[in-house]
Write a protein that binds this ligand. Structure first.
Ligand SMILES: NC(=O)c1ccc[n+]([C@@H]2O[C@H](COP(=O)([O-])OP(=O)(O)OC[C@H]3O[C@@H](n4cnc5c(N)ncnc54)[C@H](OP(=O)(O)O)[C@@H]3O)[C@@H](O)[C@H]2O)c1
Length: 209
């Protein structure tokens, strides 16, 4: 599958490494694709990963993943061009002022992304897992659960398959509106990790028979 990962930070790099190792064609969409940092980054990952400017990176992508800070989401999405009909995995969290949710209860980042990218098929996913675990690391010998939310069944299936390939357990959380619950869940995980000193090797898991 051709995957455009938008953003070359913790999440973008982690996903580019893991999916490219699995044989997917990954391009990292960046504001500065020709910078020394980006050239060094993609050559370090290998596996055919390339880098391109934002609009160019999504041209032939089957799946687009948003791995950018919330503060940069609107401008980055605009820079990608017309996204109608495209499958977007939104891994962002609408944090403002450090670790406060800027949207919640009656709206969510996932739904805001859908408004910024009209006609796109948005799947909220991968927002709750620490970037350092994106190689599908198991904890307590179990896969971490990634809840996913979308209004588009087919898009959800494609995203789910890609996330399962990474080594995660996927649970269907329902419609995109469920992002209202998935985004605060991230905050809980971060606060447990940082404020309660549980470290980055913690993950969410839905136990079921
Ligand atoms: N860190 C985690 O463990 C984690 C886990 C799950 C979800 N998330 C979410 O995923 C998103 C990305 O997190 P991250 O930790 O990967 O962030 P990050 O390390 O700060 O990287 C974000 C990337 O976004 C791009 N970008 C575009 N506009 C930007 C701007 N104005 N300022 C800074 N960077 C900009 C940059 O790539 P270019 O310079 O190449 O454009 C940058 O490398 C966030 O919404 C976060 O909440 C994070």
């Amino acid at each position: 599958m051709r995957i455009a990962v938008i953003g070359s930070g913790n999440v973008g790099t982690g996903l580019a490494k893991s999916w490219s190792k699995l044989g997917h064609a990954v391009v990292v969409g960046s504001r500065s694709p020709e910078s020394e940092r980006l050239v060094h980054l993609v050559s370090g990952i290998g596996n055919g990963v390339s880098t391109a400017a934002l609009a160019e990176s999504v041209e032939s992508a089957d799946v687009i993943v948003l791995a950018i800070p919330w503060s940069a989401a609107e401008v980055s999405i605009a820079a990608l061009g017309d996204l109608s009909g495209r499958l977007i995995i939104d891994a962002t969290n609408p944090f403002v002022k450090g670790l406060d949710l800027g949207i919640g209860h009656t709206d969510s980042g996932g739904e805001q992304v859908a408004r910024w990218a009209p006609g796109a098929k948005i799947v909220k996913a991968l927002n709750i897992v620490d970037a350092r675990l994106l190689d599908g690391k198991k904890l307590d010998d179990r896969e971490i659960t990634i809840p996913i939310a979308s209004d588009d069944t087919d898009a959800k299936k494609v995203a789910s398959d890609l996330i399962v390939e990474l080594g995660f357990d996927v649970v269907d959380a329902g419609s995109l509106e469920m992002s209202r619950l998935l985004e605060p869940l991230t905050l809980l995980m971060i606060k447990l990790s940082m404020k309660k000193s549980l470290g980055n090797e913690i993950g969410f898991r839905v136990l079921r028979d």
